[in-house]
Design a binder for this molecule. Structure first.
Ligand SMILES: [Zn+2]
Length: 250
């Protein structure tokens, strides 16, 4: 959905860049470098790779990440300069990055600053995109390691695009334990998991984000499995808080 929003920028020539939050600029990217590189150049393409949205601007590649709370607003019509710099705007403080062009612009609003902006991101650090991953690739990724299943699914260098909430929802739907060794899955279980990854991501995108899963309301100390009513377990898996059902997730 981010890529679709960003496609509205294609063909526009950047007139200003607004990058007030240096913490949001990653891997050595600076506000000056962004202005020098982007101003006067035209957006020629938008593509997505996992959680990374890539904009080709002139000869440069701009990488945008949104974290859990970030959103992109692309406005082709309204005078966005006014919106941008107006203190009357309630969420102006959440604006981490913006570009404007004649008659419009693009704004990233991210209250929790979990996303980021960088020039020339290293795309090779990312594994194949979860939505494009086929069953054979998944078998290959999982079969090579005995690490916990969830830790492997979260590893962006192996599979790009699965965050913590999505991962718990996928495993809950697939009936697979997050702490199982990745290489212990049967062929049938890998096939099931492959389907669950795609269906779950598609469903959450349609509903409006990773926080819209069926498990979401139960992510607390009294949480119960929406399927069978069992008290959920709360564990640290792969460095992330994990909720899962010991009854039907095996
Ligand atoms: Zn259950």
């Amino acid at each position: 959905m981010y890529r679709r929003a960003a496609e509205a920028a294609i063909g526009e020539t950047i007139s200003t860049v607004y990058a007030p939050d240096s913490w949001y600029l990653k891997r050595g990217t600076t506000a000056d470098a962004l202005s020098d590189t982007l101003v006067g150049e035209t957006v020629v393409a938008a593509r997505r790779r996992g959680k990374l949205l890539l904009l080709e601007v002139g000869d440069a590649t701009l990488g945008l990440r949104f974290g859990m709370t970030g959103r992109i607003i692309v406005d082709g019509g309204a005078p966005i300069d006014e919106l941008l710099y107006s203190s009357r705007r309630a969420d102006a403080a959440d604006e981490r990055f913006a570009m404007t062009w004649d008659g419009g612009g693009l704004v990233i609003s991210d209250p929790r600053r979990l996303g980021g902006v960088e020039l020339a991101p290293d795309e090779d650090r990312l594994g194949p995109d979860a939505l494009e991953l086929d069953r054979r690739q998944l078998t290959d990724v999982l079969g090579r390691t005995s690490r916990a299943l969830k830790a492997v699914l979260l590893d962006q260098s192996r599979i790009a695009g699965i965050g913590n909430l999505i991962c718990d929802e996928v495993l809950w739907r697939a009936g697979l334990s997050p702490v199982r060794g990745a290489d212990t899955l049967t062929e049938f279980e890998v096939a099931l998991l492959s389907r669950c990854i795609k269906l779950t991501i598609a469903m959450l995108m349609k509903r409006g984000g990773s926080h819209t899963g069926d498990l979401q309301d139960e992510r607390n100390r009294d949480g119960r499995c929406p399927r069978d009513g069992t008290a959920l377990r709360r564990d640290d898996v792969g460095g992330r808080t994990t909720y899962w059902c010991p009854e039907h997730q095996r």
